[in-house]
Design a protein around this ligand. Structure first.
Ligand code: MIG
Length: 822
């Protein structure tokens, strides 16, 4: 056994990080001592242990308990996390019962039974007393430094871990952005934000860290959020059939336990704790086009011209790194873009918004440097003011010895801002004025893992110190939250400096809570069928982790695609929140028209369909903002009782109603589709299918199989080439009656641009349909909110396979109406 362990350890060193998880034998760690005393306060129980460790259990809600453990010391006063959005919880009714063996904390939903010796925590359902989740061994830490040699920064802390019994039939979901399948059972993962171009399934870690997962067993779900930003590990029965464990290379063993049993409830709570996505401007749902890089200005204009001439919808164009003067953020290259303001204004007139990339690397340009500094359009006195100001105000990251930390990124030698400093975040946020003043509509944060060309593992940054609430901690703790704080600075800066507009930020890296500040895309994918297939579990897992506004480079980023791949890619992308075609600098062009007319025609059809579905998509997005439930969903979120959905990662749903089964392989024109229990309508023909079974459907290149849940109503508007192109004076509601002839939906409307929706400037209309002896009765409810979208006619029809439905309509004036459709 010893020899085997040694071999595994050696392999771990040889093959790098990915084997560390395998080699970590957490049973060898030092377990927390037994409970010696119990102290109770209004919302907390603090346990002191024989080894001077402490464990604190905090009751935040009836279904939310926080566990905070520190080893061989007392719980410190300072309690801070960048992920947490809500701290003021109203303590629910709870009780504590102590006997010789156990301490039991009970709320209306959860029972937490803490065994005193050894200290083991068990979560039970308060109603049924059934065990939901229990410690397989006591919480533990690396007292003896067994793992030190394999840690990123042994000086930063000791490894801490919690181990849970693995259920025989337990499924695992979430963990944010992982290049992995939907159900993460029997896999293990590392969180260490990394720049991983061209990643494939199995590559780990990649860009983001969302240490939150949902366990599901026998239809009941719970959630665990391990809020620890050090390099962390999750093992869902990979290294042993006995346990699912998580741990981190430092910090506290600090986790939140969510009781379901509904996954939707857990997600609601998780996004209450870490925040929900604010509504982006509606045009963010429009089609977007990018390229590394479109320049000069005339090239951008040509792309837009092509879109318009070819009658292809487009709302947003992205400027990648070459718009800048030698990659200096907050500048435009004066030759490529001589008059950015006029340029953006002229595009705006065509309904196009401009998004610019902004990397964290600020070109290192000290006063003594001989580099030509003139010609920086934004420069003050010919100087690159961004570097000067950051330097003068001491906002840049430094090493432990006080030296400026100088990573090498696109501008060459650079500096990174210490975004843990509130003043630095404010400064960076206000720098966004440069873009605002130039008419730029959104900011795209890239390279924010933060990537460093010197060394992608972070080793070059090991001794970089961040202010971190006065704790002056190093990279081991701050790497994974760097992007979160940069996005926060950007978001808050846009909000502050353009208060009448909703901020629009896109990020590559992130940590839990990133959804409060930014939308995201999944980085540098390959132009391959495998990468396309991987989109689905990745978007769905992100959605199960609080991130709803997700997408990937349509057509894939790296490598050469083809027309078929591009079309199939659009057949997924036209329904993802972030719908953007983007391509590597050296890749073959892949704008919608690049592979010929047949492909272009199909892509046009799907882009137009996206725009006509906008009332449905925007309503679904607003639901996501309000509830935390994602727009792009795995079926199992909607059908938690249906085991056949637990592994389904080649179909997805948009909200509650639309099921999509895309083609994810070449040369396929037919596929199997699983339909969950209930009745489903083929979106294209309205033909009805009984769910709870597999069906085989045709899917020629021009068709993506789509189904609508019986009982749904889908609102659509006119197809448009950009949001706001047409005045919407009519919406069509297609009704898909269920077995009883009933259907319901809501429509959400607002100005799509300003933050006034937060103060009630929206209109929400409920629509209910029921069967009547001679047809259907449609009840339009009195609307909620105080936004007036202007005169609109609501038109209703029944989805029907056999014949064309009649249509009835009403002027939507915010009042209740009742209509009959015979
Ligand atoms: O080192 O800005 O993921 O979308 O086009 C590569 C150039 C930097 C990586 C991003 C990609 C972007 C590219 N960037």
């Amino acid at each position: 056994m010893k020899a085997l362990a040694r071999i595994i350890a050696i392999l771990g060193v040889l093959f790098g990080q990915s084997l560390i998880a395998l080699a970590q034998d957490i049973t060898a760690l030092t377990k927390i001592g037994d409970v010696v005393s119990v102290e109770k306060s209004a919302r907390q129980v603090t346990l002191s242990c024989t080894d001077s460790s402490q464990v604190q259990l905090t009751v935040l809600a009836a279904d939310l308990i926080r566990v905070r453990a520190v080893f061989a010391k007392s719980i410190p006063q300072l309690d801070h996390s960048w992920a947490i959005a809500k701290e003021d919880w109203q303590t629910p009714h709870w009780t504590i019962r102590e006997d010789q063996q156990n301490i039991t904390i009970s709320t209306d939903e959860l029972e937490v039974v803490v065994r005193r010796s050894p200290l083991l925590i068990e979560f039970r359902n308060a109603l049924t007393h059934e065990v939901i989740n229990s410690d397989e061994q006591p919480m533990a830490y690396d007292k003896d430094g067994l793992l030190k040699s394999r840690m990123f920064d042994p000086a930063a802390g000791a490894f801490v871990a919690a181990s849970k019994k693995l259920g025989f039939d337990e499924h695992f979901y979430g963990l944010g952005e992982k290049a992995a399948r939907l159900d993460k059972r029997r896999s293990s993962f590392i969180n260490w934000n990394s720049d991983t171009p061209g990643y494939n399934e199995g590559k780990d870690p990649i860009y983001q860290t969302i240490p939150f997962y949902i366990g599901l067993q026998k239809g009941s779900a719970y959630g665990i959020f391990f809020d620890n930003s050090y390099r962390s590990y999750f093992d869902f029965g990979h290294s042993s059939q006995r346990r699912a464990w998580f741990g981190a290379e430092g910090g506290e063993l600090n986790y939140y336990f969510f009781q379901g049993p509904a996954m939707k409830k857990i997600l609601g709570r998780y996004t209450q704790l870490t925040g929900r996505m604010p509504l982006p401007p509606m045009w963010a749902l429009g089609n977007q086009q990018s390229r590394w890089s479109y320049y000069p200005q005339s090239m951008v204009e040509e792309v837009v011209k092509q879109y318009r001439e070819r009658d292809l919808p487009l709302d947003v164009i992205h400027l990648d790194i070459d718009y800048m003067k030698n990659y200096r953020v907050f500048t435009f290259d004066g030759e490529r873009f001589p008059d950015p303001k006029a340029f953006t204004r002229q595009l705006e007139q065509q309904g196009i918004k401009v998004v610019t990339i902004v990397d964290p690397g600020v070109k290192y340009q000290p006063k003594e440097s001989t580099e030509q500094q003139t010609q920086i359009p934004a420069a003050k006195n010919g100087r690159y003011y961004v570097f000067d100001e950051g330097q003068e105000q001491n906002y840049f990251q430094r090493r432990a010895n006080g030296d400026l930390f100088i990573p090498r990124v696109w501008p060459g030698e650079s500096a990174f801002v210490d975004y843990t400093l509130p003043e630095a975040r404010k400064w960076w946020g206000d720098l966004q004025r440069f873009y605002i003043d130039n008419g730029v509509a959104g900011i795209w944060n890239d390279m924010n893992e933060p990537s460093d060309f010197v060394d992608q593992t972070g080793a070059h940054q090991r001794d970089v110190v961040s202010y971190d609430e006065g704790q002056k901690t190093t990279h081991a703790k701050n790497r994974n939250t760097f992007a979160l704080l940069m996005a926060r600075a950007t978001y808050e800066g846009l909000e502050r400096n353009r208060p009448d507009r909703r901020p629009y930020v896109i990020t590559r890296a992130g940590y839990a809570g990133i959804q409060r500040y930014s939308t995201m895309w999944i980085g540098d994918t390959n132009s391959s069928w495998d990468a396309l297939a991987l989109n689905l579990p990745m978007f769905m897992s992100l959605g199960l982790s609080g991130e709803t506004f997700v997408g990937s480079d349509i057509g894939g980023f790296i490598g050469r695609g083809n027309g078929e791949l591009l079309v199939r890619s659009y057949q997924v992308g036209f329904l993802t929140p972030f719908c953007r075609n983007h391509k590597d600098i050296s890749g073959y062009d892949q704008e919608p028209w690049r592979f010929g007319k047949p492909y272009e025609d199909i892509i046009r059809k799907y882009l137009k369909l996206r725009y006509s579905l906008l009332p449905f998509l925007y309503t679904t997005l607003e639901e996501s903002h309000r509830t935390g439930l994602p727009m792009f969903r795995p079926l199992m979120l909607n059908f938690q009782d249906d085991e056949s959905t637990y592994n389904l990662d080649n179909e997805f749903m948009i909200g509650e109603d639309l099921l999509v089964a895309p083609i994810l392989k070449p040369d396929l024109v037919r596929r199997l589709v699983y339909l969950p229990k209930g009745t489903w309508y083929d979106y294209w023909t309205n033909k009805k299918f009984t769910g709870g079974q597999m069906i085989e459907v045709d899917a020629p290149l021009e068709k993506v199989p789509m189904f609508v849940r019986a009982g749904a109503i889908i609102p659509t508007g006119p197809a448009m080439n950009y949001i706001g192109e047409k005045k919407i004076d009519k919406l069509t509601f297609t009704i898909y009656p269920d077995e009883k002839g009933a259907a319901v939906t809501q429509l959400y409307e607002d100005d799509g641009l300003s933050p006034s929706y937060k103060n009630g400037a929206f209109r929400r209309t409920s629509i209910r349909v029921r069967k009547a002896p001679l047809g259907f009765v449609i009840e339009v409810g009195a609307s909620e909110g105080n936004y007036d979208p202007g005169t609109k006619r609501f038109e209703f029809l029944i989805a029907s396979y056999e014949h064309t439905s009649k249509v009835v309509s009403v002027i939507a004036d915010g009042k209740a109406h009742s209509l009959e459709l015979k």
